[in-house]
Write a protein that binds this ligand. Sequence first.
Ligand code: 3PG
Length: 306
Amino acid sequence: MKILIATEKPFAKTAVDGIRKIVENAGYELCLLEKYTDTSQLLSAVADANALIVRSDKVTKQVIDAAKNLKIVVRAGAGFDNLDLNACTENNIVAMNTPGQNSNAVAELVLGLMIFMNRNKFNAGTGAELKGKKLGIHAYGNVGRLVARIAKGFDMQILAFDPFVKKETIQADGVTVVDNVEELYANCNYVSLHIPANDITKKSINRKLLNLMPKGGCLINTARKEVIDEDDLIKLLEERTDMKYATDVAPSNISELQQKFDMRVFATPKKIGAETAEANINAGLAAANQIVNFFKNGDKTFQINK
Ligand code: 3PG
């Protein structure tokens, strides 16, 4: 049984060592394709793989078609917009993610970005504090919940909007639930995005919504770049010279944004939200365990293409 890790952005070595242990203890073989630069490398690597572990690597129909022996693909992470789920289903391949395993790393980065923007990107000049400010959490999943927990330590007031999570669940965390997305943006100094990228959410964060934010509003995006209407974002930052945008998922027009808005815009050079040893280990080992459990016991607990 061949288990392939295909990661353009590799896991930390400790995570790979841990995955290897799990795979080899199960009597399987681990193959590694790291830092590949061309899809053709992935296409040939998957040819004889029975299981595949990826991060944000694109598992397209072409990849699935090339993987004749593939039975399971696990996205070691939360968002699975990089997997062609229909192609997986058509080829009887089980697709899974590892929800919650890298959430804390992303949540900590959110607070880091907020402080960075609040303190003039760590340059001289008068900044602002988080204490007492209102933070809106747009989607209260694993990351959103942890952002709320950490932000409470900063004495922030937390509001959240998530139509898929029970009101009582959010309220139990001491977070104020708002009834619609407009209310969230209109009432918060900061909004942190935690929505997935799908047909409904793509480009949904637009000028109309962002313009509701109070003076000095700051949007933090550690989710996906596709959820932002990038043309609208430029227009908004032109009109609202008080607003800021910090992201871990750089928009396509980042150089234009940086040129025009300098201190009000920040993007990490490469997505680093889940780039901690802990997150790599948690997500990587979970992926390996899920694969072993699937082959040995038929366990499909985290299947996403049902
Ligand atoms: C996720 O969806 O889990 C995060 O965006 C992390 O993505 P990465 O594994 O590419 O860092």
